[in-house]
Design a protein around this ligand. Structure first.
Ligand code: GDP
Ligand code: MN
Length: 393
């Protein structure tokens, strides 16, 4: 889950990281007051989108009066922002952050992310921070400094000193950098980030370190232990089906095809999508209900698939191990009772309690296309998805 800059800054503040004074607005009428409250004669107006590259695309503007702030915010809320990190349609701007403009001596880059090949968090820094960081990494990769971090110990003092020296930082500033990386790592671990990036990290004219822009990405798999982040969910750039799936902790990704899939196990779900493609069809989603889904979650999963107007056929592919086939069957029956079904339903199941499950479905009165194996299931689903006018009642 990506957070907006202002949300990430609010979080980092609680870890003692210095960020500029500022406030977020969602209507231009509130803007002049904020300019006055901040109480300086120059502010930055920053379009909040879940992508970077704003500076180069007009999403970051400087203003000098309350009235100018209002017009600037008004213009931003009225447009979509296209940057090199968005698609051509651009991102809708729902919030604008108004901040005190900091006077910058130098722009640094500082981030923590996960290095997948080393299987550790990685501290990344550069003396050449700012809007050109991608170019710096491409053209002069030696200007990007990396320090793998011991996940249990954290950042060793010698590592912080090494970073400081490579950034040409010394004295009081180097102590500040040491504190900053320690706080940043604390936030990274505690909030289960997959990315925590400050770019630019400003060295201000009075030698403070101030985070001017923050990107925070929370590992979706850890969201279950962060109810405090639920408040950020409505702003996520995902389909309504995906946000419903998150609520029920289902692993669901919406795709472009028309065959809805309900599968247990990520590997089986991938294989099911492959089988559909092999038979000339297109999956409408990836959905892994997991190995221990309850009746309620199965019911919800099925409803989520049916709520997608693209879905012309549903394919259920279950290999019952820990997950029992009869629980899935009860979930299907329950969901159809509650939500109805308007498309063909193909079921293939195997494994624990499969006989009980088959009986449940047979006695349910539902019109189910029963497949003996996965190949047959895929070919039946593809055929059904292409047939017109078929309805299941
Ligand atoms: P991004 O382009 O989406 O990464 O947006 P940033 O928030 O990083 O802003 C882009 C650039 O605007 C920064 O690299 C700075 O050069 C400049 N900038 C942002 N905030 C301030 C500020 O408070 N004072 C000054 N002088 N420049 C700023
Ligand atoms: Mn930035």
């Amino acid at each position: 889950m990506k957070l907006y800059e202002f949300q990430a800054k609010n979080i980092l503040k609680t870890y003692g990281v210095c960020v500029p004074d500022g406030k977020t607005v969602s209507q231009s009428a509130d803007a002049p007051k904020i300019f006055q409250e901040i109480g300086c004669n120059r502010c930055v107006v920053k379009a909040q989108i879940l992508a970077g590259g704003r500076g180069k695309s007009g999403g970051i503007q400087f203003v000098n009066t309350p009235e100018e702030t209002r017009t600037c915010v008004e213009r931003m809320l009225d447009t979509r922002l296209v940057t090199r990190q968005t698609d051509q349609k651009g991102a809708e701007i729902k919030y604008v952050l108004i901040e005190k403009a900091v006077s910058i001596k130098k722009e640094l880059y500082l981030a923590i992310t996960i290095d997948r090949s080393l299987k550790t968090p990685m501290l990344i820094a550069s003396a050449e921070g700012g809007v050109e960081i991608e170019e710096v990494a491409r053209q002069t990769p030696d200007k990007i400094i990396k320090e793998p971090v011991d996940i249990f110990f954290g950042i060793h003092p010698f590592q912080a000193r090494r970073i400081a020296s490579q950034l040409n930082i010394s004295g009081a500033l180097s102590t500040r950098l040491n504190n900053l990386v320690t706080n940043l790592f604390r936030a990274f671990v505690k909030d289960d980030c997959s990315l925590l990036e400050i770019n630019p990290l400003a060295v201000t004219t009075d030698d403070e370190l101030c985070a001017l822009d923050v990107k925070m990405d929370i590992d979706d798999n850890a969201l279950y232990r962060h109810p405090e982040f639920d408040q950020f969910l409505p702003d996520q750039d995902i389909s309504s089906a995906e946000s419903l799936a998150r609520k029920y902790r289902l692993s669901y990704i919406s795709l472009d095809g028309n065959i809805g899939c309900l599968v247990n196990g990520a590997g089986l779900a991938m294989a099911t999508m492959d089988a559909i493609k092999l038979h000339g069809g297109e999956p409408a989603n990836f959905l892994d209900v997991g190995g221990d889904a309850s009746l309620e979650r199965i019911t919800q999963a099925f409803k989520i698939i049916l709520s997608d107007p693209k879905v012309k056929t549903v394919l259920i592919n279950i290999f019952g191990g820990i997950m029992k086939c009869d629980v899935i069957a009860s979930g299907i029956i329950q969901a159809i009772k509650e939500a109805g079904i308007h498309v063909p339903l193909v079921v293939r199941q195997e494994g624990t309690n499969v006989e009980v499950a088959k009986k449940l479905l047979d006695n349910s009165g539902l019109n189910i296309l029963s497949a003996k194996d996965m190949k047959e299931a895929a070919s039946m689903a593809v055929r059904a998805s292409k047939a017109n006018g078929y309805t299941n009642r």
